[in-house]
Design a protein around this ligand. Sequence first.
Ligand code: GDP
Length: 467
Amino acid sequence: MLFEALTENFQRSLAALRGLDKITETNIEPTLKEVRRALIDADVNVKVVDILLAAIKEQALNMKVVKGVTPGQQFVKIVYDELIRLLGGDPATSSSKAGASPLPALAESPTKPTVILMAGLQGAGKTTQSAKLARLLQTEKRSRKKVLLVAADVQRPAAVEQLQTLGQQIETEVFIPAMVGTGSVTALEVATRALDYAKQKAFDFMIVDTAGRQVIDERLMEELQQIKRVLSPAEILLVVDGMIGQEAANITRAFHERIGITGAILTKMDGDTRGGAALSIKQISGAPIKFIGVGEKLDKLEKFYPDRMASRILGMGDIITLVERAQEAVDEKEAEQLARKMLEARFDFNDFLRQTRFVRSMGSFAGVLKLLPGVSGMLKEDQLRAGEKRLRLAESVINSMTPRERANPDLLTVDKTAASRMRRIARGSGRSLEQVESLMRDFVNMRNVMAQMSRRMMGGGSGAGPV
Ligand code: GDP
């Protein structure tokens, strides 16, 4: 499976960090070594790995310890955030919110047609991605833009035919070398004539599929440079086979130095691919990866999301969420609010349910309560354990309460309608009346514990008395 080896390696390296209170220069070293090996195994270019590790190390050493989360888990979060950054994202914004178009240059292009030049080695998926892109531009926001596909590969008739076939599938016109005239024509001639044609026929976009070689060669680069000069493309997209691994670094460097890419498309990400290529492309060119190809069919082109790619590399979504939750839990404002509610005994079933759900997603009742400033050490272990055992029960019972009951626990504890209410709730939740009653007792006990805490915090632990 994808990235399995990398994930396994990370897991192993994290085992070494588990149980440590603090991350130091010495104890982080073996873990960093493991991470390094894991990334290199995943075909990330060595130089890229070193840049990544330097950033990770610095942050790990400056890391503030968050209670309830192991340094290992926090470390994964650092690695994750750094991967996102290196992949061109912002760890603070989730991918679902990222609304920017992957092709911003296109929207700004003042002259028609807007030209997209596709570059890359043979077999990388240039022709297929050209057609996918054409399809996307034609259908995006129902824009009905006119797109011209240009087959500028004069060496391989098969490549031209392939583009024609794909063009038919998406009802897109394809400009072919034969349209330039008989005899041998150069790719530059095809590109130039195609541009005239596109202008004449008022095409909005022109996607130029260029020739590729199995290895980078001088002639290919020169041809591309010439085409670039004539077409002034808004985008020069490097198409890279996601399965190429380490080599992605050299390919990116070669193309970027000669023609200056504006973005990349990483293909075959549906297969047995590794993440190394994505990291290398971004690090070496600085150009963003705009799309990933996830299949041979023409609708298999997805917008590239740095955070999704980072998660895929790490394969550790759960841990990341856990760490984020814990960091939210110690969010001062929230903790303060909760503490105040507790002190004022305003803690109701809604709060209880929220906490119950939260605790269950975090794993440990004791662990979560300990995250609240001032609570750690005030509650006895057996009290905590008893609470933990009843969380599931509590959730089902509270779900059967009316909103009014949830907001007014007195209705179920001291009010004269309490008994009939509890019977109704028992029926609704499929629990016995005894279970509901005992839960109410638990809740009252919990409030009492809070009241005790409150008195202790305010009055130095000397019993009730006015405050
Ligand atoms: P070109 O030589 O760079 O133009 O590459 P092609 O577009 O001809 O693609 C080479 C092969 O890769 C073809 O068999 C494509 O169907 C296949 N291919 C292209 N993109 C993808 C992709 O995203 N996923 C998969 N699985 N195959 C792809």
